[in-house]
Design a protein around this ligand. Structure first.
Ligand code: APR
Length: 362
């Protein structure tokens, strides 16, 4: 039944629901719903039905549930299957209650669906990842609330590579490569060596070899910013830089990766001492910690500092592999995959030679 929103609102606006008074829902709240979704749940009520919190509407609802912030309406939805039933207290017979409940149940579900669609469309229309004019916070909230499938329409790069298409590296039993590390079977299936462009990887987080300003540059930093779009730089600017060895996280925006973890490697033009080694290890360790702190379970690293910053790749590979091995020994339950993303054939060779030392077979 196509009724204007105000009619639906007046219909349900004053009906007490089964488990509590429904405070008066203001028509204005619903009418602006298409632009900005008003939360219609109270902290006590459960989520609407079993639908996953992947849509923007549920993302907003869950965000509100988490933040305990509720704007205008406090509708207790009887959870169950995304439906709600409002039955007047006392007064009407069971048939009246049933009829009204059924009608309102459908109304409520239709209303949530229309809000869902309306909000989704409104947000989708508002998110423009090609323009620096957008509100990066709003775009970030919206994108992070989407499932991988829903987010694909926003990628600014073609030929993204899903995690399932990135093969797991399996060590071959090669006694000549025995080293300081014993095999840890918990780490089987958790390491990948991938040759190619890190900006294509459809995973939870890619690591950016950034500089201290975090405002972009050349190399992998430039590639990541180009693929993500201008809102990445806007969010980076809000982070006020990053010290060598530290790591900071942003949304991936137009990238297939959900997040970008920006870290600043040591500059090793004049050679590598203890300070440079320590700083490079910190980049890998702090990036992994930032990932797990944010629930990212698949992470890809470029060969940090081995390009413009001049760290010798044949030395950097040991700091990278040792740090990742030690972090996974301690936190293997928090990560599903760590991907070493190499761009140069020489780097690929270096990793193939040294992976068996840090991740030996039986
Ligand atoms: N995907 C994966 N790896 C890449 C990509 C890419 N698209 N582009 C470059 N690389 C590799 C390089 O081949 C190198 O092995 O990333 C590694 C790191 O090289 P740089 O990007 O030069 O990074 P780094 O040496 O850490 O220097 C950082 O360079 O880009 C600027 O702003 C950045 O000032 C900072 C400095």
């Amino acid at each position: 039944m196509a009724l204007p929103m105000s009619a639906w609102v007046s219909l349900i606006g004053t009906v007490p629901c089964t488990t509590g008074r429904l405070s008066r829902v203001r028509a204005a709240d619903f009418q602006t719903a298409g632009v900005k979704f008003k939360h219609i749940l109270t902290p006590q009520s459960r989520q609407l039905g079993p639908k996953p919190a992947t849509s923007p509407v549920r993302g907003h609802i869950n965000a509100a549930l988490r933040a305990d912030k509720f704007s205008t309406t406090t509708t207790l939805w009887k959870s169950g299957h995304g439906s709600a039933s409002f039955l007047p207290q006392g007064g009407r017979g069971w048939l009246g209650k049933f009829a009204l409940g059924a009608t309102l149940g459908v109304t409520a579900a239709a209303l949530v669906q229309s809000l869902h669609t309306g909000t989704f469309t409104a947000m989708a229309l508002k998110v423009n990842l090609n323009s620096a004019d957008g509100d990066w916070k709003e775009a970030k909230d919206f994108l992070l609330s989407l499932s991988v499938k829903d987010r694909r329409q926003y990628y600014r790069t073609s030929n993204s590579v899903p995690l399932d298409d990135i093969p797991v590296w399996t060590p071959t039993a090669d006694a000549s490569k025995s080293g300081a590390y014993e095999r840890n079977e918990k780490l089987d299936q958790k390491i990948s060596l991938y040759s190619g462009d890190i900006t294509k990887l459809e995973i939870d987080a890619i690591v950016n070899a950034a500089n201290k300003t975090l405002l972009g540059g050349g190399g992998v930093d430039g590639a990541i910013h180009r693929a993500a779009g201008p809102l990445l730089k806007k969010e980076c600017a809000s982070l006020h830089g990053c010290e060598t060895g530290e790591a900071k996280i942003t949304c991936g925006y137009g990238l297939p990766a959900k997040y970008v973890i920006h870290t600043v490697g040591p500059i090793a033009q004049g050679g590598v001492g203890e300070n440079e080694k320590k700083a490079l290890r910190s980049c890998y360790k702090n990036s992994l910690k930032t990932a797990t702190d944010n629930g990212a379970r698949s992470v890809a690293f470029p060969c940090i500092s081995t390009g413009i910053y001049g760290y010798p790749p044949e030395q950097a590979v040991h700091e990278a592999l040792a740090t990742v091995r030690e972090y996974l020994d301690a936190h293997h339950d928090k990560l599903d995959r760590v991907i070493f993303c190499v761009f140069l054939p020489t780097d690929k060779e270096l990793y193939l030679q040294n992976l068996p030392v840090y991740f030996p077979a039986a």
